[in-house]
Design a protein around this ligand. Structure first.
Ligand code: HEM
Length: 445
């Protein structure tokens, strides 16, 4: 029986959640589809491709302001303005339409800004040779590229990272001094962060767009842009790229060689990073999708039932009461055996066309909805996937074709939600080399 009443306390639930993460919800061989449990808050957890659809249904489920189940964002770090992904109804429609407009307006500058940053950052990494802070450095690369493309001027990546690291809080009475310290550091950098945005070339344009989209307080719009760049965009793509780098370590030499060869071939054929060359990097894309299937940056999607409803599965009918928290487990739904053969295995060619990849892609739900369906204003699905894939594929293509590196340790995944898909220990490089001359001759901007 999956969804019986769970009597455990929030504290015990939270401790289990931190220790076991998604493995608290079910054993990998169970076929449980729904379970009532406690992950720091009581939840009805949806664990399959079929049941997780309920969390995407905005007629049944609302977002909770500032909260994702047991975790939340510190509203003072948002100056009391709520990010789009935590809002509902008209407020959500307005904010999401505004953000989509902002993102569309930077589409043209985005590729050249990114290529420039890739070359500059990789050259710096190569000079340093050893990168104990590799994860932060990937974040800085994407932060520079994204902020410059959207704002016309880059924001200091260290300010952005300090703000991000202090953003999340946990719903518990247990004292968390490290989190508290990070929260107060983040409060300190917020004025500098906002000042850089206010002084950026695109600031007036962003204020105008706020008015166009009926966002009454301009600060609300600006904070939403900041949240989207740093939290929604940069944090997610940086994590996926670090996870990819670690995953490469786990595949055979011949797989790696083939990946490098096909990527470089596409780059050379089209004379650099273009829509065409990226489109031809089928193995790179399949590898990346497999990384995002097994290690999505967001494991759990949360929402609150707006009304009573029933979830019917093959085995049972589960009644959900209005006000109950729902947890959609992206982690388990992307390991559902009804959609993926041998779902626990990492198979880098799983999403190739000849492997039926096109059909399988629709079961990828890491963007908070099917990857093959476009995001719209009535859902909470991510509207940034095109940008995300351009950023990730372009960076990985240059990395694979012109760089060599060594990881400090063999990566191990025990699936800690707080690591947003990355392996348990910090990913560091003991050595990094970049063939800048060759890269510039092909991808030079
Ligand atoms: C691999 C990279 C990415 C992943 C896995 C990802 C995933 C997600 C997920 C799971 C959500 C929903 C969160 C929730 O409601 O609980 C979301 C929302 C969002 N994402 Fe992404 N994202 C990625 C990259 C990006 C990028 C590059 C951008 C912008 C350029 C972006 C912009 C947004 C925005 C604006 C929302 C809020 C949508 C709304 O309010 O309805 N994301 N993303």
């Amino acid at each position: 029986m999956g969804a019986g009443a769970s009597k455990i306390s929030n504290t015990k639930g939270l401790v289990q959640q931190v220790k076991a993460g998604p493995h608290k919800l079910k054993h990998r061989l169970d076929d449980t589809a729904v379970v009532r449990t406690n992950v720091g808050v009581p939840v009805v957890a949806l664990l399959t491709q079929e049941t997780i659809q309920h969390i995407f249904n905005t007629d049944l489920v609302d977002k909770e302001k500032y909260y994702l189940g047991y975790a939340g964002v510190r509203d003072q770090l948002m100056r009391g303005h709520c990010p789009s992904m935590f809002t509902n109804g008209q407020e959500h429609r307005r904010k999401k339409a505004f953000l989509i407009d902002v993102l569309q307006r930077c589409q043209e500058t985005l590729p050249s800004v990114l290529l420039d940053k890739i070359l500059v950052h990789f050259e710096e990494w190569s000079r340093l040779k050893v990168l104990p802070d590799f994860e932060d450095r990937v974040f800085f690369l994407f932060s520079d590229a994204m902020t410059e493309a959207v704002l016309g001027k880059k924001v200091d990546g260290r300010l952005a990272l300090t703000w991000l690291k202090g953003l999340m809080k946990i719903r518990t009475w247990i004292p968390m001094p490290t989190r508290a310290r990070r929260g107060s550091l983040a409060s300190k950098v917020l004025p500098d962060l906002l000042k850089t945005i206010e002084e950026s070339p695109k600031y007036e344009e962003l204020r105008r767009l706020c008015r166009v989209h009926g966002i009454e307080e301009e600060e609300d719009g600006i904070i939403n842009v900041m949240f989207t760049i740093i939290f929604n965009a940069v944090a997610a793509i940086a994590s996926a790229v670090v996870t990819f780098t670690a995953r490469l370590y786990t595949v055979t030499e011949s797989e790696k060689k083939n990946l490098r060869k096909t990527t470089l071939l596409a780059l050379k054929k089209h004379g650099g990073i273009t829509e065409e060359s990226l489109g031809e990097m089928k193995l790179l894309e399949s590898f990346l999708l497999e990384v995002l299937r097994l290690h999505p940056p967001v494991f759990d999607f949360f929402g609150v039932a707006k009304q009573d409803f029933v979830i019917s599965t093959r085995k049972e009918k589960v009644e959900v009461r209005r006000g109950e928290q729902l947890l959609g487990s992206c982690f388990w739904a992307q390991r559902d055996v009804s959609a993926f053969v041998c779902p626990g295995l990492f198979r880098s060619n799983r999403f190739l066309d000849e492997e039926g990849g096109v059909d399988k892609k629709r079961h990828l739900i890491f963007p908070h909805g099917s990857l093959t369906e476009p995001a719209d204003l009535d859902s909470h699905q991510c509207p940034g996937q095109d940008i995300a894939f351009f950023y990730m594929k372009a960076t990985l293509a240059v990395l694979l074709s012109y760089c060599s590196w060594e990881l400090k340790a063999i990566p191990v995944w025990s699936d800690k939600a707080a690591r947003v898909g990355k392996p348990d220990d910090l990913v560091s490089l003991t050595w990094f080399e970049f063939d800048s001359d060759k890269a510039r001759s092909v991808v030079g901007s």
